[in-house]
Write a protein that binds this ligand. Structure first.
Ligand code: AMP
Length: 585
């Protein structure tokens, strides 16, 4: 008989998910149609059939009186909600969602499931938590634990990792925003403070785009589409789709044919929205989230510099402006490589496994260990330079991934642009690794500042496809770089091989003999790696105060190695050697 499964459930305001930890891996469980996300909608059809998820959401548009959405906002209240003329307690509606997730898990696992860990927002009161527990029981689940959503996210990224670490969890969903400061102490994740806004999220971004589209329609066709519910619904869908495109691309096209008919004449909508304009629209919302971030920090009595890691949760954190603004404030790049829609359910599954006594570790995802970008003209060390490195795909992005950025021509009638592609982290492109270059020739005779869109696609095999397209004419050129994830290029590999051959003696098979010693410019790196290995071995026997210092130095050395920055290696290596020496003697 298989070991009893304990499932982890993220019971969300707009969407819910269920996950399980098996043989060292977390799986978000798909339903029979392969869908991992269950919209948190419940409904009853005219015939009395119960609808849950997508079907209920579809019904909501046409029969809102027979459908319930966002029940999470009502948890803990005693007032019943009405669905198709019948009254239900909020617990009962939530229980319907939980029961569906339980059934999905049972079908997937091929065994009955009776136990679960369910997540709740950090700000939930006792009454709201109690109502959630009751919902679980009504659904036939023994709720072993209820954990805070930011705690779940922290477990996904940090389970079994460093102690005493302070982490900020920024959770921006469709209609709610929460920010929490959490700390990991003796393997326990603790929420120190949290703040949020119950009515702020990605849906507000959609509304801004809709307002913009309505204004466009008014201006170009003199119509008020807001008075036509069907047209408005189409605009909302188009706006949401455009918003997603703008997360990865500098422009989005919105084409809605036959949106309306006004006095027998069809109205077509065709507009292009640039990321720059969109970001201006949503800046006030992002500012509000950042105010909440500062309140949460004050609540935890922390300054921005004390936060070691920022974790992104919720679909709307895919918005580049969110990432950029957080990076500006904290000076570290927020982490979002685990799917921000699924992260909380995955954390619940990790907690479920550890309740069962399993040793669990953080979730592993395929990520790129390097940043890829191009050189451009800009300010470098206070001077204008054509070697400014502009990242396009950031280090730690989950792969496969694709991103586009817009660049502008410098001169009037510029006939060509040169694209130089680099791998690395240095602001000065020349200090990064040049991995490819090409020219786009025959540009239209356009004024300066004409946009050229650069697109990068990195696949799981390490192939990097790069294209540059003149926006005005569509003129495009592309190249593919093989093995983009390799750190050393072919010439360096050959060089390294030759050096080794030389060290071992031309005919030596490397099994022994000549005493190999690292040579050349890599010596510092080799020494540093050896030092790291030793320090890690000795970490446990060090006193607590030393441990902290050692960990900081280890991180500095790792960073310098990742950046290939020889200059930054010397100091932490020396300091670490000193501690090791003192520990040994
Ligand atoms: P959640 O409530 O966490 O499922 O988040 C849903 C919100 O994330 C909705 O407003 C979605 O439109 C938004 N969202 C999903 N994918 C993206 C994306 N690629 N870029 C921007 N927003 C997104």
């Amino acid at each position: 008989m298989a070991k009893e499964a304990v499932i982890g459930i993220d019971l969300g305001t707009t969407n819910s998910e269920v996950a399980v930890y098996q043989q060292g891996r977390v799986t978000v469980i798909p339903d029979a149609e392969g869908r991992k996300i269950l919209p948190s909608f419940v409904g009853v059809t005219a015939e009395g059939t119960l609808l849950v998820g997508e079907e209920a959401r579809n019904q909501y548009i046409v029969f809102p009186e027979r459908t319930v959405r966002s029940i999470k906002r009502r948890m803990g209240e005693t007032e019943p909600v009405s669905m198709a003329g019948q009254n239900y307690l909020p617990q009962e509606i939530s229980a319907i969602i939980l029961k569906r997730l339980k059934a999905t898990a049972e079908a997937y696992l091929g065994q009955p499931v009776q136990k679960a860990v369910i997540t709740v927002p950090a700000y939930f009161s006792d009454a709201q938590r109690q109502a959630t527990r009751e919902a679980g029981e009504i659904a036939g689940l023994d709720v072993l634990r209820m954990i805070n959503e930011p705690t779940a996210a922290a477990l996904v990224y940090e389970a079994g990792k460093q102690e005493g670490k302070k982490i900020l969890v920024y959770d921006l969903g469709g209609g709610t925003f929460d920010v929490s400061v959490v700390r990991i102490e003796q393997g326990v994740v603790e929420v120190i403070s949290s703040h949020g806004d119950n009515h702020l999220g990605g849906d507000d971004f959609d509304e801004k785009i809709v307002e913009h589209l309505l204004a466009q329609l008014q201006e170009s066709h003199g119509v008020d589409a807001a008075t036509d519910p069907r047209a408005l619904a189409r605009l909302r869908r188009a706006a949401e789709a455009a918003k997603r495109v703008l997360s990865d691309h500098p422009y989005a096209r919105i084409d809605e044919e036959y949106l309306q008919e006004v006095q027998g004449k069809p109205i077509h909508l065709s507009v292009e929205l640039s990321r720059i304009d969109y970001e201006e629209m949503i800046t006030p919302f992002i500012d509000r989230t950042l105010e909440a971030v500062h309140i949460a920090l004050r609540g935890a009595q922390l300054t921005t510099s004390a936060v070691e890691s920022i974790l992104l949760v919720g679909g709307a954190t895919r918005t580049p402006l969110v990432v950029r603004r957080l990076e500006e404030i904290f000076g570290v790049r927020p982490r979002g490589e685990v799917d921000p829609d699924l992260c909380v359910a995955m954390g619940a599954a990790i907690q479920a496994a550890s309740v069962q006594g399993e040793e669990v570790s953080a979730v592993l995802v395929d990520i790129t260990p390097y940043t890829f970008g191009v050189s451009a003209v800009g300010q470098l060390n206070g001077m204008t330079s054509s070697d400014l490195f502009v990242p396009v795909i950031h280090k730690n992005s989950a792969i496969p991934t694709h991103k586009s950025e817009v660049f502008y021509t410098m001169m009037e009638d510029q006939p060509e642009v040169e694209v130089r592609i680099f791998q690395g982290e240095n602001k000065d492109a020349r200090k990064n690794r040049l991995i490819g270059e090409f020219m786009v020739e025959g540009l239209s005779r356009a004024p300066a500042n004409s946009p050229v869109v650069l697109r990068m696609d990195l696949d799981a095999d390490g192939l990097l496809h790069v294209s540059a397209t003149e926006k005005k004419s569509g003129l495009s050129k592309r190249i593919t770089i093989g093995d983009a994830l390799r750190h050393l290029d072919a010439a360096e590999m050959a060089g390294a091989r030759t050096r080794l051959d030389h060290l071992f003696g031309e005919n030596d098979d490397g099994a022994g003999g000549a005493g190999a010693r690292p040579a050349g410019g890599h010596q510092e790196e080799v020494m540093a790696r050896a030092l790291l290995e030793k320090a890690e071995r000795m970490l446990e026997q060090a006193a607590e105060a030393d441990q902290e210092e050692m960990i900081n130095l280890i991180e500095d050395i790792r960073q310098a190695l990742t950046d290939g920055d020889q200059d930054a290696l010397a100091e932490p290596c020396e300091a670490l050697s000193e501690i090791l020496f003192y520990l040994e003697t």
